[in-house]
Design a protein around this ligand. Structure first.
Ligand code: FAD
Length: 283
């Protein structure tokens, strides 16, 4: 949006390719690969409008300031969050670990999904689709919601449910994973608490995968905040009303600083695009 409005834009990306978490999601299976189309389109668009794209370039505040920017938009996303667990956070893996290939679960796998949309079920589909290759013998998906996939968009519900039933996946609603501990024979004991009775039940499994969304990667944003002209403040009423941010019309020098997407909170693609559009369309 900024480049379309005629600004010179530099885009720093730590990875060797653009796409962030969407690139990860596209690894899950055929259905999720459709998202590659969105990434490809956005990559084409930024190239078309002449954005200076610098891949494999993780930046800190000094790198950003070296560009002498008028406006800084931090879109650093987030990192998987498992610290809510009462015990055993170090024994679980995340959707990122599994889809990124750094962890290969096998045997009996418990997937805890308290996100309710595609983040968690993409991993389940990956495991179900590659069960033979990975040596996965059983998958149970557990959610604190009233049913698995509670937050899926309506058209997606039946297709994911078909996958779950055809894959023989056990679905357990109304339970929150609270702890994991090592047990005899290399197994893990996963403890789940009923949302309504608080009664605890456990499962003995080979691997536990947790999808609990991401915690914002806000270090860069926080470091840049002090030197910003607007104190990194967003006028939310102006944002929601589709109006320009006050600082766009009256700054006292320095750069304007904003953040968008999962760097604000664990959300989705539409939120990231809308954040950016609303902030930059008046720039
Ligand atoms: C498995 C999975 C499935 C998902 N499914 C869906 C779905 O179906 N629908 C949906 O809407 N959303 C889905 N999401 C969520 C969606 O991918 C995120 O909400 C979205 O990607 C957030 O975009 P973002 O640009 O804010 O952050 P990210 O996608 O996390 O991108 C942040 C980028 O910033 C880069 N970066 C970070 N720090 C630095 C630095 N210091 N210097 C340079 N670069 C840096 C990172 O390398 C990364 O490329 C899914 C996520 C996952 C993991």
């Amino acid at each position: 949006t900024a480049a379309e409005r005629g600004h010179d834009v530099v885009l720093f990306e730590a990875q060797h390719r653009l796409g962030g978490q969407l690139a990860l999601m596209a690894r899950a299976g055929e259905r999720q690969r459709e998202v590659s189309g969105l990434v490809d389109w956005l990559v084409d668009e930024v190239a078309l409008v002449g954005v200076d794209i610098r891949l494999s370039t993780p930046v800190d505040a000094s790198d950003v300031l070296a560009e002498a920017p008028d406006v800084v938009i931090v879109a650093t996303g987030g990192t998987p969050e498992v610290s809510y667990m009462e015990m055993g956070a170090d024994l679980v893996s995340t959707a990122w670990d599994v889809l990124g290939g750094s962890v290969r679960p096998e045997g009996r796998v418990l997937v805890y999904d308290d996100h309710g949309a595609e983040r968690g079920l993409a991993v389940v589909e990956f495991l179900a689709g590659k069960a033979d290759v990975l040596g996965v013998t059983h998958i149970e998906v557990i959610t604190p919601d009233r049913h698995v996939g509670l937050d899926l968009a309506t058209p997606l519900g039946p297709t994911y449910l078909r996958m779950l039933y055809e894959g023989g996946v056990t679905m357990t609603p109304d339970h929150r994973l609270v702890a994991v501990e090592s047990s005899d024979g290399g197994l893990l004991r996963a403890v789940m608490r009923n949302e309504y009775t608080l009664a605890e039940v456990d499962r003995m499994v080979d691997a536990v995968v947790v999808e609990h969304g991401v915690a914002p990667d806000e270090d860069l944003y926080v470091t840049l905040r002090e030197g910003s002209a607007n104190g990194a403040v967003v006028d939310l009423e102006a944002l929601a009303g589709g109006r320009a941010q006050p600082a766009f019309t009256g700054t006292d020098g320095g750069y304007l600083l904003y953040r968008v997407g999962d760097c604000v909170a664990s959300r989705d693609v539409a939120s990231a695009l809308l954040d950016a559009r609303r902030l930059l369309q008046h720039l």
